[in-house]
Design a protein around this ligand. Structure first.
Ligand code: HEC
Ligand code: HEC
Length: 240
């Protein structure tokens, strides 16, 4: 079994019903405030999951799905064997499968089914007037939902890869035979920071580098941000 499938099986086994007829089983002594706090966290994660999947940021989508599963488990800590239907199993598995397969269309369908599941429980618990829908706009203007690192990697291969080896010297043969250092060599330099890279790419000079041997590519700000983000992951991988 693949890891994703195993995870889903494990999580689903721990999850009770999420379906009409479900009961909310908070531990004894917990209050409605705790449940409503959990629900607000779920609401945030439900929104973030949508934008992550919509923009094909599958790592973030996977992360939000795990958060949702944890919070759903907290909202329903004592699963009733008889109530464990195949419905929630299918909804969560479909969502997980779409994310693991990076399938945008399957994700949109599974997300909509899952959202109906939120509402089914609200209706069954006497909170039918709390209706969740597929979000139209992200209220999280401080968070980028696009996969910036994947964008940076693609840009690095497309633009910088003309002269630099980006990740694999046995597969990449830069068209220009300049003496350009490989990205992994640059990322392993203790003296070269992500900020130095940003300065290099935003320089006003046409030629950059210690011997001014690099023709500076024309990039807009978000592209520079993405390349710097990708470079920082290379540095982090080296440091690990
Ligand atoms: C196990 C049943 C159940 C499931 C599943 C469920 N909810 Fe809820 N939800 C409730 C209950 C019960 C309340 C009312 C809590 C209270 O205030 O006592 C609630 C309240 C809420 C609220 C209102 C919170 C507030 O204070 O404004 C939101 C938002 C919410 N849920 C979102 C979601 C989302 C999103 C999902 C699906 C990812 C979901 N819920 C799944 C039972 C559920
Ligand atoms: C046209 C060929 C070419 C392209 C395209 C190119 N580079 Fe370079 N790059 C070089 C050369 C040649 C050097 C060595 C510069 C020197 O020694 O002066 C270099 C050096 C560098 C250095 C090291 C600078 C230092 O201070 O040692 C970095 C970082 C770098 N490039 C990043 C990039 C990034 C990021 C891109 C893509 C956005 C890119 N390069 C695109 C040719 C290129």
């Amino acid at each position: 079994m693949k890891f994703g499938t195993l995870m889903t099986a494990a999580i689903v086994a721990m999850l009770p019903l999420f379906n009409a007829g479900a009961e909310v089983n908070l531990p004894a002594g917990s209050t409605s405030t705790q449940l409503s706090d959990l629900m607000i966290a779920l609401q945030f994660q439900h929104i973030k999951l949508w934008f992550a999947g919509k923009l094909s940021n599958w790592s973030l989508a996977n992360y939000e799905l795990r958060q949702i599963e944890t919070n759903l488990r907290k909202a329903m800590p004592s699963p009733s064997e008889s109530l464990r239907s195949s419905q929630i199993t299918e909804r969560l598995q479909a969502l997980d499968r779409a994310i693991q397969l990076k399938d945008g269309a399957a994700f949109a369908k599974a997300y909509s089914d899952f959202t109906n599941g939120c509402n089914a429980c609200h209706r069954a618990s006497g909170f039918g007037w709390i209706t969740i829908q597929v979000p139209a706009n992200s209220p999280f203007s401080d968070q980028l939902f696009a996969d910036q690192i994947a964008q940076g990697r693609a840009l690095a291969h497309g633009t910088c890869g003309l002269c630099h080896v980006i990740s694999d010297s046995s597969r990449e043969t830069p068209a220009f035979r300049f003496p350009a250092p490989s990205f992994s060599e640059i990322a392993s330099r203790p003296s070269f920071s992500a900020n130095d890279l940003r300065q290099l790419l935003t320089s006003n000079h046409r030629r950059v580098g210690p011997s001014q041997a690099m023709l500076k590519p024309k990039l807009v700000e978000y592209q520079i941000d993405a390349i710097v983000a990708f470079f920082e992951t290379l540095q982090a991988d080296r440091a690990r």
